[in-house]
Every structure is written in structure tokens, then in C-alpha cells.
Design a protein around this ligand. Structure first.
Ligand SMILES: *Cc1c(COP(=O)(O)O)cnc(C)c1O
Length: 382
């Protein structure tokens, strides 16, 4: 198969495009005429995820992850909730990684009971504990490829292998790693989920999600999505397809910048702890080196001066915006306890290491030297 750079540019493209167009156009029409005997789910209608621009985007997303099929959704949470609803029925049990994106954590802990699902948290780093958590009614396992905000990397191929051996559907949120750094389908996962809002689009100007994987699983997810209604508008899909073309370039630059900034912060006297899988001090450094093509653009750290110093630093920085979200070309900085993980019980947060003084950086594609200079200057001032 072609390398990821080529796939990002050419994967899923129509050649020649309509009217010879090099860029696949937006088909904005809501509905298309179809033969009278067309199955409901094959009627061409935006909510049914069956219009030309949607098919094009689906093929592109599938090509990037090296998968059979893909479905774009209205947000990352729409992808996660739709995928879970397509896999789990009332009475089913889910194994879920214990360090989750805040929205996913809240969806499961606050709504699973409403849907009749039960769940057990598992440590993706401890395969010896998984069998004890499995129940007769367990249907699926959900983990994240690089976790937020401690950037842990679990025993991912073992998770997929465990699911296969136990007859479970394996799902993985690959938002943080992106297919540039990790391709879960090759590691044996059934379904890959993305907040395409982040790296896949890469420009902080839309909200979208994706469900990617085996054709039968994706088709089931599409039927569920068609009923739940969270389809992606073709206009946002067009911007996403455009963003995807530079994915490999952007993520490579972000990998390098995050590595440089992490190394600098780890050696800085005002910083107590720096988390990035590319640092030898990270607990999953060796696994990351083995599994990932790059360690990603996300890092987190704790300043020595605690929560007050963290707030002052964020204020004093000139390049990164003080904003949650991640994966765009611009660097963003945030305190997860106050933003992405604010909905979590403070004791649970603390137990996972998401302390009040923890600062998370989504490193952009600016000059690494300028970022380092900005952090040095800001750290001197607080
Ligand atoms: C942002 C994010 C989501 C949710 O995505 P939205 O597009 O905001 O709905 C899910 N998982 C991870 C890892 C994320 O970073």
C-alpha cells in the first residue's frame, strides 16, 4: 500500500474528478432522484450519509486508516456514541480504558445506565487484569491510542488480540495518534474512531467525527447513524477533505515540535514533571517507540509553583492560545482540570494524575525555537 503522505493526498480521490476537476466539489443538494425500488438507507439524502460528497469523504477516510469503509459524523462524540449504539444493546457490558477523553468518560458514566449498558474500567497497560473484568454479557472493548492528558500508550495490539480471542468488538479512539503515528486496523482493531475536529482537519475551523473499519461494522454504524441523525454536512466535509491532504506534513511537524518542547521543559528548573511518550522518563516510552511512528503533538507538564504558577504561565505565553481542543496548526494550551476534565469527579481526576496544576499543550506547526523562547520568557516572568 502507498505510504501515508501519498494516501493523504490521493487516497479516495476520483480520477478524473467530475468535469475533470482536480478537487472534489461540494454536492450541496439535500436529496437526489433514485429508482422507485431503492432501499431506504440507499436513498441519496444527507442524513442517510449517502450523497456524493459524503461517499468521497468516506473513501478518503478509509484509505487513510487502511480500512475497508468509513462514515463521517457531525462530531467526534457523534462518532463515539453512534459506534457504541451500533455495537451495544440493553443488557450488554463494555470494557473501557480507565483514562478517557472527558466527553467519552461523561457519556459512559452518566448515560450507560439509561441505555441499559454496564461497564468496567480496565487498565490498558495491564493485560493480566482484563480477563477478570470480562463478563458473559461483555460485547465490546473501547480504548484510546494515546490518552488525554497524560499521553499514556496502552498495550494496544494485546487489547485487539484479547477482544478477538474473547469474541468482542474492539474499538479505539485514534484522535491523538492519527493514522500518521498509529494505524489500529493493522494492529487488529475492528473500529477506529476519530474526533476529526482535531488533527484530521487540523485547522480548528470545523467539528466532525469518523467511524472507520471493517465494512460490516461500518454499515451497521451507518444504519444507527441514519436513525440517530448525526450526519456531517457536505460543506464541513469538504473542508475536512481539504485538511486531510496535509495531515502527514502537519503531524510530522507537530511530532518534532512536541519532542523539542518536551525535552526543553523536562530540563527546565521551573518544571516539576513533563509528560510526553518521546521522553525516556515517560512510563510508556519503550512501548511508544515500538508501536508508534511518532509520539504525537500533545504533551502535559506540572510547573513547580502549582496551580497558581500554571495559570500565570498560561497568561504570560504569547504564541499558544489559552483554549481547550487540540490538533490545529496553532499551539493551544489549557488546564485539563478546568476544561476537558472539569466534568469528572475531582477525586477520580486526582487518582488518574490529572492534578489541578497539570497543563496540557497541543503543539502546533510554528517554529520549535520560537515556542521554546516563548516558554522560557513566560516562565521567567512568573
Ligand atoms: C475532542 C475529542 C473527542 C470529541 O470530539 P468532538 O469533535 O469535540 O465531539 C473525542 N475523543 C478525543 C480523544 C478527543 O480529543
Amino acid at each position: 500500500m502507498e505510504r501515508i503522505e501519498t494516501r493523504a493526498v490521493h487516497g479516495g480521490e476520483r480520477r478524473p474528478g467530475p468535469e475533470g476537476s482536480v478537487v472534489y466539489p461540494i454536492y450541496q443538494g439535500t436529496v437526489y432522484s433514485v429508482p422507485a425500488d431503492t432501499d431506504y438507507h440507499d436513498i441519496r439524502y444527507h442524513r442517510l450519509n449517502s450523497t456524493p460528497s459524503q461517499h468521497y469523504l468516506h473513501d478518503k477516510l478509509a484509505a487513510l486508516e487502511g480500512a475497508e469503509a468509513a462514515l463521517a459524523t457531525a462530531s467526534g462524540m457523534a462518532a463515539i456514541s453512534t459506534a457504541l449504539h451500533s455495537v451495544l444493546r440493553a443488557g450488554d457490558h463494555l470494557l473501557v480504558g480507565d483514562c478517557l477523553y472527558g466527553g467519552t468518560h461523561d457519556l459512559i458514566t452518566r448515560h450507560a445506565a439509561d441505555f441499559g449498558w454496564s461497564y468496567t474500567f480496565i487498565d490498558p497497560n495491564r493485560p493480566d487484569t482484563w480477563a477478570a473484568a470480562r463478563r458473559p454479557e461483555t460485547r465490546a472493548v473501547l480504548v484510546e491510542s494515546i490518552t488525554n492528558p497524560l499521553v499514556r500508550v496502552g498495550r494496544l495490539p494485546e487489547v485487539a488480540e484479547f477482544a478477538r480471542a474473547e469474541g468482542l468488538v474492539s474499538l479505539i479512539d485514534n484522535t491523538f495518534a492519527t493514522p500518521v503515528n498509529f494505524r489500529p486496523i493493522e494492529a487488529g482493531f475492528d473500529l477506529v474512531l476519530h474526533s476529526a475536529t482535531k488533527y484530521l482537519n487540523g485547522h480548528s475551523d470545523l467539528v466532525a467525527g469518523a467511524i472507520i473499519g471493517r465494512a460490516d461494522h461500518v454499515e451497521r454504524a451507518r444504519t444507527t447513524a441514519n436513525h440517530l441523525g448525526g450526519s456531517l454536512d457536505p460543506h464541513a466535509g469538504f473542508l475536512l477533505a481539504r485538511g486531510l491532504k496535509t495531515l502527514a506534513l502537519r503531524v510530522r511537524a507537530q511530532n518534532a515540535n512536541a519532542q523539542a518542547l518536551a525535552e526543553h521543559l523536562a530540563a527546565h528548573p521551573a518544571i516539576a514533571q513533563t509528560n510526553h511518550p518521546g521522553l525516556a522518563s515517560h512510563p510508556d516510552h519503550e512501548r511508544a517507540a515500538e508501536l508508534l511512528n511518532g509520539c504525537g503533538g500533545m504533551l502535559s507538564f506540572r510547573p513547580r509553583g502549582g496551580e497558581v504558577a500554571a495559570a500565570k504561565l498560561i497568561e504570560a505565553l504569547q504564541i499558544p492560545y489559552d483554549a481547550p481542543s487540540l490538533g490545529g496548526v496553532e499551539s493551544l494550551i489549557t488546564r485539563p482540570a478546568a476544561t476537558s476534565h472539569a466534568g469528572m469527579d475531582p477525586a477520580d481526576r486526582e487518582a488518574l494524575g490529572i492534578t489541578d496544576d497539570l497543563v496540557r499543550v497541543s503543539v502546533g506547526v510554528e517554529s520549535a525555537d520560537d515556542l521554546i523562547d516563548d516558554f522560557d520568557r513566560a516562565l521567567r516572568s512568573c
